[in-house]
Design a protein around this ligand. Structure first.
Ligand SMILES: C[S@@+](CC[C@H](N)C(=O)[O-])C[C@H]1O[C@@H](n2cnc3c(N)ncnc32)[C@H](O)[C@@H]1O
Length: 255
């Protein structure tokens, strides 16, 4: 997926997740009623063409369309999507055929799909799966290499046969202990040199994961923090070895 200069400017003005809702909108749409406006833009820009001319979605177009794959407490469409600058950083690592996994689903799923990744996304919400599929179909994004599993990731992951992953994105349920369960299985399946991406590091569950990896220099290397999302490279083939006595995060906090 390419990104134009114009897209970069847009991303720089966008701050955090939830850019399609309330006052946390993508830069392009600031000051406009986002969801209705997006629908108008979609119709206007792509209209009937989608059926005869499949469009290769890029990140700039995704930002402009700003799809809302989630629902708020009232059941209204909303996006709890990961920040655009995170997606921009992530897309540099993605290539056709990359093996990728995410917990949760949304605009990040569209990025993985449009990048040609062999991707697994796990969410328990059927409506999200349906709207993501519909969006991708409407915009000519091939989903044949994407599996959308309608399950809670804590229960799905132990049963999946995963290995050699290039990227794992942890952005499903953020309550204790789900991110740790996701991380355990994701870290195991990640190949050496692969990227572990943990979103929402401002929440304690994400903070602990970030701090743990950041102190575990034998196994992880911090690549970048992009807003509330952290990117680590896995340095070894297997991380879940050894006892707590070999874990700096634990040792550094001994009373
Ligand atoms: C913050 S949103 C994900 C945003 C997504 N990465 C994006 O860019 O749009 C959280 C996601 O986790 C999903 N979720 C909630 N509980 C879950 C669970 N137990 N396992 C997996 N996903 C879960 C939600 O349905 C939602 O898709």
């Amino acid at each position: 997926m390419g990104l134009t200069r114009e897209g970069e400017e847009t991303i720089c003005r966008e701050e955090s997740r939830g850019f399609c809702s309330g006052d946390r909108q993508s830069g392009l749409l600031v000051g406009e009623a986002p969801s209705r406006r997006n629908e108008e833009r979609t119709e206007h820009r792509f209209g009937d063409l989608v059926h005869c001319w499949p469009i290769k979605m890029d990140l700039k177009q995704l930002i402009e369309l700003c799809p809302e794959f989630h629902q708020d407490a009232q059941g209204d469409p909303i996006s709890w999507g990961i920040a655009w600058d995170v997606l921009r950083f992530l897309e540099n690592r993605l290539a056709k055929g990359s093996k990728t996994l995410e917990t949760g689903a949304g605009v990040s799923t569209v990025l993985f799909a449009a990048s040609g990744c062999s991707h697994i996304s796990i969410t328990p919400v059927a409506r999200e799966i349906a709207t993501i599929r519909e969006f991708c179909e409407r915009h000519g994004i091939d989903m044949s290499h994407v599996q959308l599993l309608e399950q809670r990731s804590e229960y799905a992951l132990p049963a999946l046969d995963l290995d050699d992953l290039d990227v794992v994105l942890i952005d499903g349920r953020h309550a204790f202990p789900s991110p740790f369960v996701d991380w355990f299985y994701g870290a195991d399946a990640l190949k050496m040199g692969g990227w572990m991406v943990v979103d929402d590091t401002h929440l304690l569950t994400g903070t602990i994961l970030r701090d743990f990896m950041n102190e575990d220099h034998n196994n992880w290397r911090l690549i970048a923090d992009v807003g509330n999302t952290t990117f680590f490279e896995k340095l070894v083939a297997t991380v879940h070895l050894g006892e707590w006595t070999e874990q700096p995060y634990i040792l550094n906090r001994m009373p």
